[in-house]
Structure formats: C-alpha cells, structure tokens
Design a protein around this ligand. Structure first.
Ligand SMILES: [Zn+2]
Length: 429
C-alpha cells in the first residue's frame, strides 16, 4: 500500500542571487493572484452569476506569460507550476467561502515577506540529492539544502517557503508500506466541542490548547502597533514580533495535536468523528426566530473558523496516522447528537440546557450528564447502527464505551423534579 508522508524540517540555504529570484517569484505569484481576483470581481460587479473558473484562468495565465505586453510578460521568469498553484489556491479559497468555512471571500494580497512560498508538484521539475545536500529547483538551479531526516519513498512535491526565520523545503513523498492490521479491535466515537476540543466515547477528553500567554503578548504588541507610523522601522519591528508569536501559536497547536494523535491512534482501530461541514450548518449561532442567539456575529465568524481549523487539523492527523497504523477514521453527521437522552431516548433541543449540561426534560426521566459526553455516546450509537458500523461489529470489532458516571443506573437522589417544557420555552436563555 502507498501512503503520503511529509518531511517538513529540510533547511534550504539559497545564495543571495537565488534568494532575490525567490522574492521575485513571490511577487509574480502575488501579481497572478491579484489579477485573477480583480477579473473575477469585475465579472461579479457586471452581474455574472458564475466564476470564470480555474481552467479558463489558466488559459489567461498562459496568455499573460506569452504576451509581449511588458505589464505581464515578466511572469515568464517565474516557474509556471508555482503560478498555476496560485490559481488553485484562489479557487480553493472561493470554495471555502461558499461552503461557509471562511468568513471573507478571497482578498487582494499585499507585499509581505511572510507570504513567500511556492510549490512544485511535478517530480520531473525538481531533483533531490540528499548525499550532496542540495536540491535542483526550476529556474533556480541547484540550491544548498540540509536534510535532517532521510526522505523515504518517491518525492511527489516540494515547497519553497520562508517560515519567518529561515527558508525551508517541505517535501511530500509517496512511501510504500506493508499492509498491516491495527493492534486494537475497538470502535470509538468523538464529538467536537467548544469547551473541550473533543470528547470521546471511551471517556478520553482532549482539552483546548492553552496559548493564553502568547495571545496576551500578541494583543500587547497589537496595541503598540497603533502608536507607530506605518512602515516605519519601529512599526516593522513590532509587526515582526507579532508574526513570530503567530508562528509560535501555530507550532504549539500543531505539536500538542501531534502528541495526542500519535498516542491515541494506537488505542482504537476505528475512530468516528463528526462531519464538520454538516456541523457548521446545524449548529448555527443564529438561533431560531423565537430564541435568537446572542453575539451571533462573533460566534459565526472568527471563533468558529479557528475552532474548525483546530478540529480539521486533529481529524487530518488522526486520519493519516490511522492509515499508517492499519486503522481507519470515519466521518458522520453530528446533527442532533446532543439532543437525545441516552437513558430514555427522548429527543428534544431543550435537553441541552447549556453548552456543558445535558438534562433530560422528559417528565419521567430527569437524566443529567455532561452534554459532550452524551453527544459522544450518541455518535457511537449512531455509527454502530449504520451499515458500516454493523458490518464492523459483525466482523469482530467492538465498541469502546465508558459508561457515563451518571449513566443508565444513575443514583435516584440525582433525579430532579422534571422541568416543564412549556416553562423552558417561555423564558429564553
Ligand atoms: Zn431521558
């Protein structure tokens, strides 16, 4: 079986001339992005219903490159794949925006050192010589490069990137691995949440990642930025500090996620996760007409985007690590997963009183538990009753369930007076 593997720590050491060329390419990429975007925006303003699309735009790009027009033919100097990649990214960004995963449509790009990055995804155009510590890149020739880790398999793409401190060369590679079976035979389901990043049905909770120190420093520098004259020396220093913090935050998030996913994939052969696209639609912050949500704008905007990013990264890592381990990740809808009572199966949106608390409103039940744990259990139940789940059970897999601390055999003293549904409806929370 073939799997994709990334080798990210390669340190590229271009000479001065090569570095200048790389900056020029970054400029060309920005030019292509901005020109394609302005064409799409002009079409939109004219009332065109559809985007021109990436294939039409690719043809345009070829024209810009071949045209004697001095305003665009400098693009000929840059590697063509890197420029085509820009168009892929642009339309990917449009798609994310249409799917509601991104708050804004694609924006114009400004000149910035942080944006320098280009990918070569055609193996014929580059060559890696690990022993001689160098890599051949289109238009740049041989560039010095250190490979701290042996690159296994057949490289399929390389990316040249300024990571804020130095040039790096992440390499994607296809690696042949032997088919193997997962050491475990259990099925577990997880529920993505806000307070807890993920709650699994076996009782494992992934807490949110603490970057409060970094966030505090960042807002300190952002306040200072306001008093500086734009593009002055001091302004640039502060901007640098902020981008360093951003990178630090991203690294912490990634590392923490890796730590968790590397260990966790060993525990279960099948991990069931919520489908994020469906979640974003069903868990609307807008509320209903009778009970409008509060702070709709904040909830639906940046916070959600950040959360989804974190969830997506966690799912992505679990997915590929499961492939290596011989296991698998399944996605299913999370709709209504936190509304059904695990004790009496009564389903109502009123069951979930707050973000954390689940309290069954059925007059004969009164079951109470953590809402995320209930959702994880319900997700597992839903998967096990699906065709795929049934097939897995039939072939010997078993469910991994942590009986809820206040599960079916709950203490009778916990039983609360049933809450009147009508009373709950009357007073919006
Ligand atoms: Zn109940």
């Amino acid at each position: 079986m073939q799997i994709e593997k990334g080798f990210t720590d390669n340190w590229l050491q271009p000479n001065g001339a090569q570095e200048n060329l790389m900056r020029q390419y970054a400029g060309c990429k920005r030019f292509v992005w901005n020109r394609a975007l302005s064409i799409e925006q002009a079409r939109y303003r004219r009332g065109e219903k559809k985007l021109l699309g990436k294939y039409e735009m690719m043809k345009q790009l070829t024209m810009w490159r071949n045209n004697p027009d001095p305003h665009s033919n400098f693009l000929r100097e840059a590697p063509v794949h890197a420029l085509q990649c820009v168009l892929y990214e642009l339309y990917e960004s449009y798609q994310r925006f249409f799917r509601g995963e991104q708050v804004h449509p694609p924006q114009f790009k400004k000149k910035s050192k942080a944006n320098i990055s280009f990918t070569e995804s055609d193996p014929a155009t580059f060559e890696i010589e690990e022993a001689r510590k160098r890599v051949r890149l289109p238009k740049l020739g041989w560039v010095k490069c250190r490979f701290p880790q042996h690159i296994e398999g057949k490289p399929t793409s390389v990316t040249v990137k300024w990571n804020g401190v130095r040039w790096v060369l992440p390499v994607q590679s296809k690696v042949e691995i032997a088919d193997h079976t997962h050491p475990s035979d259990t099925i577990v389901a997880g529920d993505f949440g806000v307070v807890r990043r993920v709650t699994f049905s076996d009782g494992v909770v992934v807490p949110p990642i603490d970057v409060s120190w970094e966030e505090k420093r960042k807002s300190f520098y952002q306040r200072r930025l306001k008093n500086k004259r734009k593009f002055s020396g001091n302004w640039k220093k502060v901007v640098d500090k902020i981008s360093k913090l951003d990178r630090r935050i991203a690294n912490i998030r990634k590392d923490e996620t890796h730590k968790f996913t590397s260990g966790y994939v060993k525990n279960h052969a099948v991990i069931v996760l919520g489908d994020l696209h469906i979640k974003s639609m069903s868990a609307s912050a807008a509320g209903t007409a009778e009970q409008p949500g509060t702070k709709v704008k904040q909830k639906s905007g940046l916070n959600r985007a950040i959360l989804r990013q974190g969830w997506g990264e966690l799912g992505r890592q679990l997915e590929y690590k499961q492939i290596w381990a011989g296991g698998l990740v399944e996605y299913q809808s999370e709709a209504y997963s936190s509304q059904q009572c695990p004790a009496c199966e009564y389903t109502s949106p009123l069951n979930r009183k707050t973000q954390e608390a689940f309290a069954c409103v059925s007059p004969t039940c009164g079951f109470r538990a953590n809402a995320d744990e209930v959702a994880a259990q319900n997700q597992l139940k839903r998967f096990l009753s699906s065709n795929k789940g049934l097939a897995l059970l039939a072939s010997g897999y078993r469910a991994s369930v942590n009986s809820l601390p206040s599960g079916r055999s709950w203490d009778s003293t916990m039983k609360q007076e049933p809450i009147e549904e009508a009373a709950l409806c009357a007073q919006p929370q």
